[in-house]
Design a binder for this molecule. Structure first.
Ligand code: IPM
Ligand code: MG
Length: 370
């Protein structure tokens, strides 16, 4: 039976970077004789223009009927009006909720070659290897009421932060399982000194931790976590937190890698049939970069690494995922860079297509691990 992968190219540089990621997947599929059927659907600003909705019904239906989704980026100045009823970002929020993608996984690894470009001292970021797990379908992003209205005092607005026990428990459980496969350290982040949802979060984190005695668990308040993440990032392994804290901390964490251009992400749902695989949405963490769209200047590496995460989490193909990761690392080691990654001695600046081709050639020259 063929795997079904839905490709959502989106706006701006989305089509260019996903195009390269797709070709990398095809190379892997061909060499390992894996049967994958690729489908495409519109999303984001383009979908608003063509169908009047950022997440058309047919796109959502296709998303429900696939094993994994590869997404580029959505948004752009054309659709930026904050008063507009439809915004490209709504497509992302809708997909996450409708598909139950509750665990957003954002690995951050410092890359030796990019240390000089980091705004942080190399002795702080060298050797960083952490994963932030952000709860993605609850909290203040989705709580009701969420509205603007007029009150006694004029205009007012309200958002609601709500979490149920099961929502908190499942994402923490995912974090502990992951920590078990890594350095067995988990940091749970909350604001338990102020928020009720955070006190419940900490209570449940403590209960779940008791079921994983082999994993060292500690709790941090989100404000001091923001500081520790920059001061001593190497001390962290798996970080688990709620939706909005995770949104903020993951942008902060992305700085540790030296460049956003190399950071993939996975948004995962429940395990399928206890087989260890999950439906997932995979995307680079960078945006749609409309200023360089269509100029063959975009960096496809984060999208290609997102494809590697897809192979690992949704298709259970770890060796193949590792192959793609190694190919990307090799190309970077050889000095190839897209423009965003900066110049320097011995650096060869290439475009989006050339970078994609280099990665594919590298994949073809590497032997997969048994
Ligand atoms: C992210 C983004 C989104 C979020 C926006 C685009 C809705 O910032 O994926 O981190 O806030 O979740
Ligand atoms: Mg964000």
């Amino acid at each position: 039976m063929a795997y079904k992968i839905l490709v959502l190219k989106g706006d701006g540089i989305g089509p260019e970077v996903v195009g390269e990621a797709l070709q990398a997947l095809k190379v892997v599929a061909r060499r390992d004789a894996v049967d994958i059927e690729f489908r495409e659907a519109p999303i984001g600003g383009h979908a608003i223009d063509a169908y009047g909705k950022p997440l058309p019904d047919a796109t959502l239906a296709a998303a429900r009927d696939c094993d994994a989704i590869l997404l580029g980026a959505v948004g752009g100045p054309k659709w930026d009006n904050p008063k507009a009823e439809m915004r490209p970002e709504q497509a992302l929020l809708g997909l996450r909720k409708e598909l139950g993608l509750f665990a957003n996984v954002r690995p951050v690894k410092s890359v030796k070659e990019f240390l000089p470009a980091s705004p942080l001292r190399p002795d702080i970021v060298n050797g960083v290897d952490l994963v932030v797990i952000r709860e993605l379908t609850g909290g203040i992003y989705y709580g009701k009421p969420s509205e603007r209205r007029s009150g006694a005092d004029g205009r007012e607005a309200v958002d609601t932060c709500y979490y149920s026990e099961s929502e908190i428990e499942r994402v923490l459980r995912y974090g502990f399982e992951l920590a078990r496969e890594r350095r067995k350290k988990l940091t749970s982040v909350d604001k338990a000194n102020v928020l009720s949802t955070s006190r419940l979060w900490r209570e449940i984190a403590t209960e779940v931790a008791a079921r994983y005695p082999d994993v060292k668990c500690d709790h941090q308040l989100v404000d001091s976590m923001a500081m520790h993440l920059i001061r001593r990032p190497r001390d962290f392994d798996v970080i688990v937190t709620e939706n909005m804290f995770g949104d903020i901390l993951t942008d902060e964490a992305s700085v540790l890698a030296g460049s956003m251009g190399l950071l993939p992400s996975a948004s995962l749902g429940e395990e399928l049939n206890g087989a260890g695989y999950r439906i997932g949405l995979y995307e680079p963490i960078h945006g749609s970069a409309p200023d360089i769209a269509g100029r063959d200047e975009a960096n496809p590496l984060a999208a290609i690494l997102s494809a590697a995460l897809l192979l690992e989490h949704s298709l259970g193909m770890r060796a193949e995922a590792e192959l793609i990761t190694q190919a990307v690392e090799g190309v970077v080691r050889d000095g190839y860079r897209t423009r965003d990654l900066g110049g320097g001695a011995g650096v060869k600046v290439v475009g989006c297509k050339a970078m994609g081709r280099l990665v594919r050639e590298r994949i073809e020259s590497l032997e997969p691990e048994a």
